[in-house]
Design a protein around this ligand. Structure first.
Ligand SMILES: [Zn+2]
Length: 226
């Protein structure tokens, strides 16, 4: 595997998803279309709101959050007061919802954020937990996905952020394609992570390095399996 794939620095593994502005891993296309078709037959319009994201895009999200230019949410979807956070608190608040540049599963092309286009327009989608549970607009789609995943009929897709393990917050909308993402995880070592940070330039870099082993364990390697 090309190591650049891990860090969002290559697009050679991607294919354009017809009729959208998104790119996904070429080896995932077939099964993604199958999942979408099964959803359609069940009465849903499963669509992507975010797919492949490159390093520079993640860098701009990260830096904007670290500079207080984008709102930071706590676990209850309340906006945090940027001015009251220490740099370490800021780092871990961002990590709950956003990945360090080079460390997002969205770099891999195997991971997508989805919604039900029958009940929301793409502009309405906020990607917050309340959309995907209870009476939320994407809740029925996700209940259907729960069933398909439990029956092993989700064509290789699973939710890496299904439960709260103290790392990334639960994100029911985030699906991962196991045949690909498993292979990336297998080669993504702590030393690769550390070297990547050391050789990159981003906001909070020094504090990331001070907390490197905790970040790697909690926010990169702790996730749910199929
Ligand atoms: Zn996501």
């Amino acid at each position: 595997m090309n190591i650049d794939l891990i860090f969002g620095k290559t697009t050679e593994h991607l294919v354009h998803l017809e009729g959208t502005r998104f790119f996904i891993h070429q080896q995932m296309l077939h099964d993604y279309l199958k999942l979408q078709k099964a959803a359609r037959e069940a009465g849903f319009d499963l669509q992507i709101v975010s797919a492949f994201r490159d390093y520079d895009r993640q860098l701009s999200i990260w830096n904007a959050k670290a500079r207080g230019e984008r709102p930071l949410l706590d676990d209850l979807e309340r906006v945090l007061d940027y001015s009251k956070l220490s740099p370490t608190e800021l780092l871990f608040a961002i990590l709950r919802w956003s990945a360090i540049p080079g460390c997002s599963r969205h770099h891999w092309g195997s991971d997508v954020d989805i919604f039900d286009a029958k009940t929301q327009t793409v502009d309405q989608v906020k990607l917050i937990p309340s959309e995907c549970i209870g009476s939320g607009p994407a809740a029925p789609l996700h209940e259907w996905l729960d069933q398909k995943m439990a029956q092993n009929e989700a064509f290789g897709f699973f939710r890496p952020y299904s439960t709260d393990q103290g790392g990334v917050a639960p994100e029911r909308w985030h699906l991962s394609y196991y045949p690909i993402s498993r292979r990336v995880v297998d080669v993504f070592t702590f030393s690769l992570f550390k070297k990547h940070i050391e050789t990159s330039d981003m906001e909070l870099k020094e504090i990331i390095l001070e907390n490197a082993s905790e970040i790697f364990e909690r926010f990169l390697m702790r996730f749910d399996l199929p």
